[in-house]
Design a protein around this ligand. Structure first.
Ligand code: ME8
Length: 660
């Protein structure tokens, strides 16, 4: 691993404004970059816009603008959103910039001279909307399999990149570099693709059909296929030129990560890697293809009108909460569903309650009872030692997970400390210590709580930079020092702390603007959401009713939402080494690696009967060892007096899907 860290996002098409999906990848790249910077590692973060190709050309035509006018206008909303989301990218590349177009043209010429680009007549079914040729057997009902639109038979001369020549090199490269394609499920997808014969790639488009693109240097009748052009941004932006000096370029290449959505896995793993091989360069250390967000159960789509505008969320909750939610809600790699109610629930549970309460309790009790100064440590109690052990585990878990791009799990680790802090307050009852006048112990307890807040401020800062800083300032810190998180005794005794306003004010109901947005887009969902918000409000206004409610068997919808149910596919099943009634399973849920799950189902199922079954698991149950084997989830099963059978799903349902 090189000491320098270079990370990229896809460059986004400027055919429309950015939405939550674009924000997702960009925030993830920003979080990991901030983490490395916090640790003193030189880091470079690139994002940008993809401004050529059919989609962009059509969008410009529809707006009655020239493509240049259109792209100049539409790259701005991307830049503006990144500024509002506190994205600290080092560069923003636009593929219409001369620094990029020149490199594309020179690479084309170079590969042509080398014989890796050739011309040939090509015949096939061409889909204008997908911007590519298909074979007869690819078509679905005679139409484009990607877009469902009409195709036309076209015969024309084109330029081809000899992708086939580098296919074996790619297969070997994937074998030799097990971390190149992540998560593992995506690697398997690419290996599946590579099992088939890999053809050459048509990389030109006749200008007569598509006038908008980088002109082919060796033939003015053609422009460059948009993917051949776009992929090169990852190296043109950091100073690559086929015959230029490689000094700056070598500082950052190979990239540490290309983050992409799973929709563009093939273009990045196959097209891009073979292009790099042809140029004599090695691919990035890791191509990480994350999952896909759906919105309230539907694919994000302009036509359904359910594209979530990130600005609306930022207006209602602030940039830090949006960043936190997107990073925490789903495992990086798996799919996830966005719902406004889910957003508010997590915001309230994690930020307003867990973290907000801890900070508020620690700071306000210190202010009220200890003069607002960091009190002395009280090092000699077992409860405090236990807390330090929780902190050690949380910090280690945070560090190892964030460095492996598992930001959600990293936050989960941090939250185990935040929750332990709240429990510590409940157990130690500082209000009692104050009443009884045990000020030495009160000081010790508050000091530990403030220290936990400090660790939280530091570790939260890559994800929620403003709130991390704000919490640090409340604690009297001038800087957030990552080396200090190893210990719960780093604050300076006597320095001032201040409670001030809550970090994350609690939301009693969905913000009005979100309710109206929902009412416009999805009337039935909005009603549902408004009803929920109403019910919640009534509950808050009627504490007596709430007490009465505690004795009835219903749970709130928010309680149900806390349980994450996911579809998993059993990929391995074995007898448990230490218990006859248990089986040890490996269940694929679309993460970094299959989960290890121990289940008490041996009386009903033989291991061999289980492989391939799609089942439902509780995905956010705290992992624990069952008779010596780690279990990272629980299978759902129907039980009467004994086990009746596993809960399974239709074979068409993908593993990793959310159930709920
Ligand atoms: O594909 N969930 O650009 P694009 C999660 N220009 N991520 C999503 C998402 C969703 N629902 N929707 C979009 C292109 N994304 C090309 C890339 S790179 C050389 C060229 C994110 O505007 C995700 O990162 O269609 C996805 O891969 C990317 O936006 C696609 O953006």
């Amino acid at each position: 691993m090189s000491d320098n860290f270079y990370i990229t996002t896809p460059i986004y098409y400027v055919n429309d404004k950015p939405h939550l999906g674009h924000a997702y990848t960009t925030i993830a790249a920003d979080v990991i970059t901030r983490w490395h910077r916090l640790n003193g590692r030189p880091a470079y973060f690139l994002t940008g816009t993809d401004e050529h190709g059919q989609k962009v050309f059509e969008a410009a035509t529809k707006r009655g603008l020239t493509p240049t006018q259109h792209v100049d206008e539409l790259c701005e909303p991307f830049k503006a959103l990144w500024a509002r989301l506190d994205i600290q990218n080092d560069d923003f590349i636009r593929t219409t910039e001369p620094r990029h177009t020149k490199v594309v043209q020179d690479v084309l010429q170079n590969l042509f001279d080398k014989g890796d680009i050739y011309t040939a007549d090509y015949e096939g079914w061409y889909s204008t909307s997908a911007e590519r040729f298909w074979t007869e057997k690819d078509l679905v009902d005679g139409k484009c399999p990607d877009t469902g639109t009409q195709v036309e038979w076209i015969k024309e001369k084109n330029y081809f990149f000899r992708m086939s020549k580098y296919a074996d090199q790619l297969r070997d490269y994937i074998d030799a570099n097990p971390d190149f394609l992540r998560p593992v499920s995506r690697k398997n997808e690419v290996l599946g693709y590579l099992k088939k014969e890999v053809g050459d790639l048509c990389i030109s488009r006749p200008k007569s059909r598509l006038p908008w693109g980088i002109p082919f240097p060796m033939d003015t009748d053609y422009v460059t296929y948009v993917w051949f052009d776009a992929l090169l941004n990852y190296i043109s932006a950091i100073g690559y030129h086929p015959s230029g000096s490689k000094d700056t370029f070598n500082r950052w290449w190979p990239a540490s990560y290309h983050l992409v959505g799973k929709d563009i896995l093939t273009t990045h793993s196959v097209y891009w890697s073979t292009m790099l091989f042809a140029m004599g360069l090695r691919p990035a250390e890791c191509l990480y293809a994350h999952g896909w967000w759906t919105i309230e159960g539907n694919k994000m789509s302009k036509s359904i009108g359910n594209v979530v505008d990130p600005h609306l969320l930022i207006d209602c909750y602030g940039s830090d909460a949006v960043r936190y939610f997107l990073m925490r809600e789903i495992l990086f790699g798996a799919d996830g569903d966005f719902s406004h109610l889910g957003f508010m629930t997590r915001y309230n549970a994690d930020l307003a309650n867990d973290l907000g309460n801890l900070a508020h309790r620690a700071l306000s009790m210190t202010s009220k009872w200890l003069g607002g100064a960091v009190p002395a440590l009280d090092p000699n109690t077992a409860a405090d030692d236990a807390l330090q052990r929780v902190a050690d585990e949380a910090v280690d878990g945070f560090r190892s997970n964030i460095e492996g791009m598992q930001i959600s799990t990293a936050l989960e680790s941090l939250w185990s400390l935040v929750q332990a802090g709240n429990k510590y307050i409940d157990d130690m009852e500082p209000w009692k210590l104050n009443r009884e006048g045990d000020l030495a112990r009160l000081a010790g307890v508050m000091r530990r709580c403030l220290e936990i807040c400090r660790v939280a401020a530091v570790l939260l800062s890559p994800v929620a930079p403003n709130k991390g800083k704000e919490l640090g300032e409340k604690l009297g810190l001038t800087a957030l020092d990552v080396d200090s998180v190893q210990s719960l005794d780093r604050l300076v005794q006597g320095s001032s702390v201040e409670a001030g306003e809550p970090l994350f004010p609690r939301m009693a109901e969905l913000p009005e603007r979100i309710q109206s947005a929902l009412a416009g887009a999805l009337p039935e969902k909005a009603e549902e959401a408004a009803a929920k918000a109403d019910a919640k409000k009534q509950k808050q206004e009627a504490p007596v009713a709430e007490e009465a409610e505690q004795s009835n068997p219903f749970i709130q919808f928010e309680d149900f939402l806390k349980v994450q149910l996911k579809v998993g596919e059993i990929v391995e099943a074995d007898k448990h080494p230490n218990a006859d009634r248990l089986l040890a399973l490996k269940v694929e849920v679309g993460e970094e690696r299959p989960r290890s799950i121990v289940a008490g189902i041996a009386a009903k199922y033989a291991p061999d009967d289980l492989v391939g079954k799609k089942i439902v698991i509780v995905a956010n149950l705290k992992p624990r060892k069952l008779r010596g084997v780690m279990s990272e989830g629980m299978l759902l099963a129907a039980t009467g007096s004994e086990l009746e059978g596993l809960v399974t799903v239709d074979s068409g349902v993908n593993f990793g899907s959310t159930v709920g």
